[in-house]
Design a protein around this ligand. Structure first.
Ligand SMILES: [Zn+2]
Length: 95
């Protein structure tokens, strides 16, 4: 079961033990998906809007398949993920 989204996301990136745990599917904060705010479901991803966005219009596009890097996704999921990301980027300019 994944961890809940961290209250201090910077710690998850800078603490080696926390980061190593988050790289695994069991420690991933997005697997299984636990929306923590408003979201939209797209074919290969979920679009999350954090409660405390760092910038106006900031959203997260999260793959439905666990991956550390987007290029690790198998095709055709990789192509669909990027299509979802571009669709989100175009839509978020209107927010
Ligand atoms: Zn994951």
């Amino acid at each position: 079961m994944g961890e809940s989204f961290p209250s201090d996301p910077v710690k998850a990136w800078t603490d080696p033990e926390t980061w190593a745990r988050r790289l695994t599917e069991d420690g991933c904060p997005f697997c299984p998906m636990e929306p923590f705010s408003a979201y939209v479901e797209l074919p290969a991803s979920w679009v999350l809007i954090p409660d405390k966005a760092v910038l106006p219009g900031y959203v997260l596009v999260v793959s439905k398949l666990h991956a550390i890097e987007p290029y690790e996704l198998p095709q055709p999921d990789r192509a669909q993920f990027w299509e979802d990301a571009m669709r989100t980027a175009a839509g978020s300019r209107r927010w």
